[in-house]
Write a protein that binds this ligand. Structure first.
Ligand code: FAD
Length: 392
């Protein structure tokens, strides 16, 4: 490890690895550090991802694609099912990944592009001089060190500290976080070509239960509930109840718990000499909690802006504002729209969810675009149409 780099990226998840890859491809010297000893492990993810968006960032590889999904089956609280083809379902879930291998493959891409990668290396603080971030304090295999650089990228996930160290408010209130629990299960007997979503406040308050196929009769069965609603029971208790009823003969092979930011865009993701990307910048989708693709999109923008800033010799917040501008006008727009929809949906009663599902029962989803679908949905429910009028 050198003492000086153009860019130090903290965290080797999808956001960090794509940022490091993009910056290294531009010819910058890049250090990517990861606190875990194994990139991608433990997994805190249902591993569903949109096909189109994924292909933009990496060549597909069967080694980390577990399931190629045809569509989604969504169940309202009374069991009414709506089936949507993958392309209609907002392209939210098209592949189910093996993230342990996927995250490693992304880090490998960054290494191939020239980035140095160090695992078991934790950032413990920032070096800040004259109001500029000038480097990172790290604990590298038991030894404290300082690494200096021109730009630091905070890609340290939902529990990010980097933003706070730089004076950026990344705090999340309970209503801004989806508390999740997930079992990797065998013997569920589900149709492996579909993802399943179960809605209902008794089952998953202001959230949902998902079942994502992982091939060979394996499935990720998980739940996300809004932090502000998790008073009565914990996420894992809700999940245990669901699983006991739905899959009495299935077996749990792995348990994951974690949080997803569903706050929508935060006010600021940059400082002098610093950018935040991915979950650290709260860029996950407020409705679905999906954050892999947004992290990759923002990471690419951050890598490009790092190159432009370093080439121009201007590392100021004003210059890095290009990153803010670009991500807010792309992934940020989707996040803002999702937040509006989320704020309406979390107020829905089970009866309202059932009414919506009933109104969609006769819709032909195979020929319908997502916009048509939303229109049909909202036409059936005038109040919803009114609440979401800003989207149209
Ligand atoms: P992460 O993937 O969290 O990576 C951050 C990395 O930084 C980690 O490897 C961490 O170890 C490292 N790190 C942290 N602190 C330090 C430090 N101080 N020094 C060095 N390294 C550090 N998204 C989807 O798109 N689809 C899904 O199906 C989906 N399901 C989910 C299910 C659950 C239960 C949860 C919790 C999340 C889910 N998400 C899903 C969200 C998705 O996992 C995240 O949005 C995505 O991983 C964000 O990528 P990232 O690179 O920003 O952060």
């Amino acid at each position: 490890m050198k003492e000086y780099y153009d860019v130090v990226v903290i965290g080797a998840g999808p956001a960090g690895s794509i940022t490091a890859k993009t910056a290294a491809e531009k010819g910058l010297s890049v250090l990517l550090i990861e606190k875990r000893q194994e990139i991608g492990d433990p997994v805190r993810c249902a591993e569903g991802v949109s096909k189109i968006c994924l292909k933009k960032h990496i060549d597909l590889d069967d080694r980390w694609i577990c399931a190629d999904v045809k569509g989604s089956r969504i169940f309202s609280p009374d069991g009414t099912m709506i089936e949507m083809a993958e392309e209609v379902a907002g392209a939210e879930v098209g592949y189910v990944l093996e993230r342990k291998l996927f995250d490693r493959a992304l880090a490998y891409e960054s290494a191939k592009a020239g980035a140095e990668v160090f695992v078991k290396t934790r950032a413990t603080g920032l070096i800040i001089e004259d109001g500029f971030v000038r480097g990172v304090r790290i604990m590298h295999r038991g030894e404290e060190r300082e690494v200096r650089c021109k730009i630091v990228i905070g890609a340290d996930g939902v529990e990010s500290k980097v933003g706070r160290w730089a004076g950026i408010d990344t705090s999340l209130k309970p209503v801004d976080i989806e508390t999740c629990a997930q079992f990797l299960m065998s013997n569920t007997g589900i149709d492996q070509e579909y993802c399943y979503f179960y809605l209902g406040n008794e089952m998953a308050p202001a959230g949902y239960i998902w079942i994502f196929p992982k091939g060979n009769d394996l499935a990720n069965v998980g739940i996300g509930i809004l932090g502000s609603k998790s008073g009565q029971k914990t996420a894992i208790e809700y999940l245990e109840d669901f699983v006991a009823e739905k899959f009495p003969d299935a077996r749990v092979l792995e348990v994951d718990v974690g949080g997803v930011p569903v706050s929508g865009s935060i006010d600021k993701t940059i400082a002098n000499g610093l950018m935040l990307v991915g979950d650290a910048a709260r860029q996950s989708d407020p409705i679905t909690g999906g954050g892999i693709v947004n992290a990759m999109e923002a990471g690419e923008i951050a890598g490009e802006v790092a190159y432009e800033a370093i080439s121009s010799g201007d590392l100021s917040e004003t210059k890095l504002g290009e990153y803010e501008k670009k991500w807010r006008s792309t992934v940020g727009l989707e996040i803002d729209n999702s937040l509006i929809v989320k704020n309406v949906f979390i107020k829905f009663t089970d009866k309202e969810l059932n009414d919506l599902a009933h109104s969609l029962k006769n819709v032909n989803f195979s020929t319908m675009s997502l916009l048509d679908l939303l229109y049909a949905l909202f036409k059936a429910n005038r109040k919803l149409l009114w609440d979401l009028r800003v989207l149209f």
